[in-house]
Design a binder for this molecule. Structure first.
Ligand SMILES: Cc1ncc(COP(=O)(O)O)c(C=O)c1O
Length: 298
């Protein structure tokens, strides 16, 4: 990953309907999105020129905006096209795409009925979320004391910028102690997710994943659930207690950024990267690259 600051790069960003030089894609400091966290975003991966599950991501962007009462002034087709254009204009064939929508500077204060919703889309190269050597052995998670809030405490089904305040605090704490990421429980004490990915465990050949009733129901999570069932695994969604998780044979996490990443330890408990995890990692990689293979063999 490049260490260049994100505001000082070559390239172009799609900004409210037109492309602007990367360095000029700015918002004013007196902006509702910045002051009050009124922003929603997506994280997409492009593989060999094709954005994986683009329509699902765009759909979620609109749903997230709706939950926050924001109206995106573009159609889904326009956003989809702009995501591809952002990749093409920046020469990104394998990378990450970040659409974001936020309330602007037209009005300030908690009530912001007259603000306009602005939209920008940036794309950049972003190979592996965790360093390859660490990923292969499985990453370490530290359980945080921060809890995923109840659905009547935060808009937990929106991919809303403001919600990540918690995740960043928790992830920084975990990193300070040598872990790669954080394990979050929910307000009831059930296992929830990491800072940016959903979680699965394997016990006696059965795959379990927490019910997504107070955290983001990831697009990768849905893909893995379908894929596992298609390939004959038994998969159950259920509430999982932390003690049960610690007894698992295998644990892995899923997300657009992390793809399928094995867990090597949680707090002081080690886990091995098992056959189910390896199988699903390989199958997910094949699925995200399927179109490229088809092209090759055509
Ligand atoms: C908090 C959180 N949970 C789960 C996910 C996984 O979602 P997806 O698979 O749609 O990327 C993400 C990533 O978007 C996330 O930020």
């Amino acid at each position: 990953m490049s260490l260049l600051p994100y505001d000082d790069r070559d390239g172009e960003i799609w900004f409210d309907g037109a492309f602007t030089p990367w360095r000029d894609a700015k918002v004013h400091v007196v902006c509702h999105g910045l002051h009050y966290g009124s922003a929603v975003f997506e994280g997409e991966r492009i593989y060999e020129g094709k954005i994986f599950k683009l329509e699902e991501h765009t759909d979620r962007l609109f749903k997230s905006a709706e939950i926050l009462g924001m109206e995106i002034p573009f159609t889904a087709d326009q956003i989809n096209q702009a995501c591809y254009d952002a990749c093409t204009r920046n020469g990104i064939v394998n990378g990450y795409v970040r659409p974001i929508a936020w309330r602007g500077s037209e009005e300030m204060g908690i009530s912001a009925q007259r603000t306009k919703t602005h939209v920008a889309i940036a794309a950049w190269e972003w190979p592996s979320y965790f360093p390859k050597e660490i990923r292969e052995k499985g990453i370490g998670l530290k359980t945080t004391y921060w809890k995923k809030p109840a659905p009547d405490t935060a808009p937990c089904f929106a991919k809303a910028s403001g919600l990540y305040m918690l995740n960043t605090i928790a992830k920084h704490d975990a990193e300070a102690e040598g872990f790669q990421d954080v394990l979050m429980h929910d307000y009831r004490g059930y296992v929830a997710e990491t800072s940016g990915a959903n979680l699965f465990m394997v016990k006696d050949g059965v795959i379990y994943t927490p019910i997504a009733d107070c955290f983001l129901n990831g697009i990768t999570r849905a893909t893995i659930i379908d894929m596992a069932r298609e390939y004959g695994y038994t998969l159950e969604e259920k509430h999982i207690m932390p003690d049960e998780l610690m007894e698992a044979d295998e644990i892995f996490i899923t997300g657009t950024a992390v793809e399928v990443t094995p867990i090597g330890r949680i707090d002081d408990t080690p886990f091995t990267v098992g056959p189910v995890t390896k199988d699903l990692m390989a199958r997910y990689s094949a699925l995200t690259h399927a179109h490229a293979k088809e092209k090759e063999s055509a």
